[in-house]
Design a protein around this ligand. Structure first.
Ligand SMILES: [Zn+2]
Length: 111
């Protein structure tokens, strides 16, 4: 939210119309919940009444063992713990997470 208001200020925005946000699936954030939070805290700011577009980013990994690059499937949906992520090809847990952990404001539309 700070990022949105910051950008709005820098661009002399009178009003923020739309906000585009990317949420990685691995952050375990609920887009609807997040939207509600944004709407609540933007009340009284230039972003009041803005439309929030949430895009959920699917996780991507890179396996250090077999070189697999790509998407993963969650075998268990855990809401309180982050699941152990394993390579779908060789089953090794020695992987790098390329995408899926982001939570960022991609762009905003102002007037
Ligand atoms: Zn692998």
């Amino acid at each position: 939210m700070d990022a949105v208001l910051d950008a709005a200020r820098k661009n002399d925005a009178k009003h923020v119309n739309e906000v585009f946000i990317e949420i990685g699936e691995l952050t375990a954030l609920n887009p609807d919940q997040l939207k509600f939070i944004f709407e609540t805290i933007s009340a009284g700011t230039v972003a009041e009444g803005a439309k929030y577009n949430m895009e959920v980013i699917k996780p991507l990994i890179s396996c250090k063992k077999c070189g697999y690059n790509g998407a993963i499937e969650f075998f268990e949906k855990l809401h309180f713990f982050l699941p152990v992520i394993r390579c779908p090809k060789c089953g090794d847990a020695d992987i790098d997470i390329i995408a899926g952990r982001e939570c960022c404001v991609k762009k905003i539309k102002i007037s």
